[in-house]
Ligand binder design. Structure first.
Ligand code: UDP
Ligand code: MG
Length: 192
């Protein structure tokens, strides 16, 4: 009888517009990981018109963080849907203390967090990228973006520091082109 291996997880964090989604796509195509974007999962759930849709919309619109019970449930379901694959890059999570605690409570022990990749890029470059990406997102405008940067600064950075202290943080500058950035990202994934 074989015991199913614990899913392997890498979190990808960084300011809005720092290139999380772009690098995750490359990690998928090069290393065969499954990419789960917490923001995309929430946007899908919003679109489905479920009971949580209005609450999710109210947070996304202004860049505040959705209560973790909703997000973790979506992440868990998405992981289960990929039952046969067990290596995941989770992008844009955990973003605050509530997210961090929710993960610890519901998932830690059930998943093997290998490291946390931080994409590091100056705010003005991130803003320019977010405004240019043209995905029609309600939060890709200057006002919402400023709020998201502030949330990143005040709520996500303390979580990033926590992972640094735990020795789990791997920082890569994401100022260069996606291809150049991936050269550095790649090195972190070769042996996991
Ligand atoms: N969001 C959230 N919890 C998460 C991830 C995203 O509440 O774990 C919400 C939050 O309102 C955030 C928005 O979704 O501002 C967009 O997140 P996304 O990761 O798509 O933005 P990015 O950082 O990639 O620009
Ligand atoms: Mg994204």
């Amino acid at each position: 009888m074989s015991v199913a291996a614990k899913p392997v997880v890498v979190f990808v964090l960084g300011s809005p517009g720092s290139g999380k989604g772009t690098q995750c796509e490359k990690i998928v195509s090069t290393f065969g990981f499954v990419h789960l974007s917490a923001g995309d999962l929430l946007r899908e759930e919003r679109k489905s018109g479920s009971d949580d849709a209005a609450l999710i919309e109210s947070h996304i619109k202004v860049g505040s963080i959705v209560p973790v019970e909703i997000t973790i449930n979506l992440i868990k379901k998405a992981m289960q849907k990929n039952g046969d694959k067990n290596r995941f890059v989770i992008d844009g999570f955990p973003r605050n203390e509530n997210n961090y605690e929710g993960w610890e409570k519901h998932m830690n022990g059930a998943a093997d967090l290998k490291f946390v990749l931080l994409l590091d890029c100056p705010d003005d470059v991130c803003l320019e990228r977010a405004l240019k990406r043209g995905q029609g997102r309600v939060d890709d405008n200057v006002d919402a973006f400023k709020k998201r940067i502030a949330v990143h600064e005040n709520e996500t950075k303390p979580i990033i520091e926590k992972y640094r202290r735990m020795g789990l943080l791997r920082t890569v500058s994401s100022l260069a082109s996606p291809e150049e950035v991936f050269e550095d990202v790649k090195k972190l994934f070769v042996d996991i």
